[in-house]
Every structure is written in structure tokens, then in C-alpha cells.
Design a protein around this ligand. Structure first.
Ligand SMILES: [Zn+2]
Length: 235
């Protein structure tokens, strides 16, 4: 009764509309502040190429959970692109299957593995931010090593996949990342073998095609660089 009487008095005094406006403004300001805070929290703390497509190849980002054993956390300096092959010839062992695998094993009790990208003949999965270390090169967290400073890239070899197309997609990804991180192909392109001695990428090495792969990446890298330079001079 008392409250109702008070409201009635306010209304009679003509202050209610102003009060309503004040309340509305307060709500608007808190909403804006909330959105701003969310923006700050949501802002990624890592550097990443943020790729969604490379030409017609979709890149799906599905990062391992922060704090999982396979994601020790960054940031770090990116020096290399470390090329691997999955060695999994099974039907269906494509990029999506390896994305499931790396997620399922993100908190494995031992032999934790992780890497950044998996490439097959039709898509690419992105498992970790580019500037975070991972466990793929077999050299612990050695300074200037493959795990500490390399972006790990797995190429699928599933027998129902088109390996030649997988190589082309990997060349495209590597060229883009070299541009993104201002790396030189001759210095940055590495085999897993360069860090731990494991014969990986086995098929590329076994068929004596590593140099041809690097030449393919370099050609695409030069083309992207020339296109960038043309665009900047045109602009
Ligand atoms: Zn490997």
C-alpha cells in the first residue's frame, strides 16, 4: 500500500517518465559494458593464421581443450613447418578421423601426441593455435626444436584418399603459413626426420619426393608473395 502510494505520488509529480528513462539508460549502459567485457574475454590470446579456406579447401578449426596434456600452451616463436605423414593407410583414416583421434587422446596417461594441422585430399583440420608448441617431432621441448618451434602438419595416406591431391593441399597450406609468419621456404620447411631421425614423412622420403614437395611449396609461396606485392602496389 505504501509503495503503491509512493508510485502514485511520483506519477502525479511527473517524475516517472524521467525515472523510466534513467532505468532504461542504466540497462543500455550495462548491456554495452557486458558486450565489451565479453569481447575482451573472447579475444584470442594466441596468434593464429585463422584460415577458413585455402582456395577451395575448407579448413576446420577444432582446437584441443586448453589445459589438456596435449596442449602445453604458448606462446612461442614459429620457425618451422614440420611435415609428417600419419602412416595410417586404413580406409577412412582422413583428416576428420585424425581430428577425432587427437581429441580423444588429448589427456592420455602416456605417449601424448599433438600437432597443428591434418591435411587430406578434400579438407584440412586445425587442432592447435599456430603459436603454441605441440608433441609431434619427438624432441621434447628442446630450444629451436620441432616441438617447441614448429607447426606440425600431418598428411593423410589413407588408401581411399588421393595422395597426390593431399600433397597439393599441403603445398597450399605451407605456402600460406610461410607468408603468414614471414618464413623462408628453404629454412622453414622441415621433415619430422630432421628433428628425431624417425623416417617421417615415410612415403615422401621413400619415393624420393621430398625435394619436389619443397619445390612445389616454394613455387606457390613465390606466387602468393608476387600477388601480395601486386595488390599492395595497386592499392
Ligand atoms: Zn612424423
Amino acid at each position: 500500500m505504501h509503495i503503491a502510494g509512493f508510485l502514485l505520488k511520483q506519477r502525479a509529480g511527473g517524475r516517472a517518465p524521467r525515472r523510466l528513462l534513467a532505468v532504461f539508460l542504466l540497462i543500455a549502459v550495462s548491456f554495452a559494458a557486458g558486450m565489451w567485457t565479453r569481447g575482451v574475454i573472447d579475444r584470442p590470446l594466441y596468434a593464429d593464421a585463422g584460415l577458413t579456406y585455402i582456395e577451395d579447401i575448407p579448413v576446420t578449426t577444432d582446437f584441443l581443450p586448453e589445459g589438456s596434456r596435449a596442449r602445453p600452451g604458448g606462446p612461442r616463436e614459429i620457425q618451422y613447418l614440420v611435415i609428417h605423414e600419419t602412416d595410417n593407410y586404413s580406409v577412412g583414416a582422413d583428416a576428420a578421423a585424425h581430428n577425432s583421434f587427437v581429441h580423444q587422446n588429448a589427456n592420455a596417461a602416456s605417449d601424448v601426441v599433438s600437432w597443428h594441422y591434418t591435411v587430406d585430399d578434400h579438407e584440412i583440420y586445425h587442432h592447435l593455435p599456430d603459436d603454441e608448441p605441440a608433441y609431434h617431432a619427438g624432441d621434447q621441448m628442446q630450444k629451436d626444436g620441432g616441438n617447441a618451434n614448429g607447426i606440425g602438419i600431418e598428411l593423410c595416406v589413407n588408401e581411399d584418399g588421393n595422395y597426390e591431391q593431399t600433397l597439393i593441399n599441403a603445398e597450399r597450406l605451407c605456402a600460406r603459413l610461410l607468408i603468414e609468419y614471414d618464413l623462408k621456404p628453404a629454412k622453414a620447411l622441415k621433415k619430422h626426420q630432421d628433428f628425431s631421425g624417425k623416417v617421417c614423412p615415410a612415403k615422401l622420403i621413400g619415393s624420393d619426393r621430398w625435394d619436389a614437395f619443397c619445390a612445389g611449396v616454394t613455387e606457390r609461396y613465390e606466387a602468393l608473395k608476387a600477388a601480395d606485392e601486386n595488390a599492395s602496389t595497386a592499392g
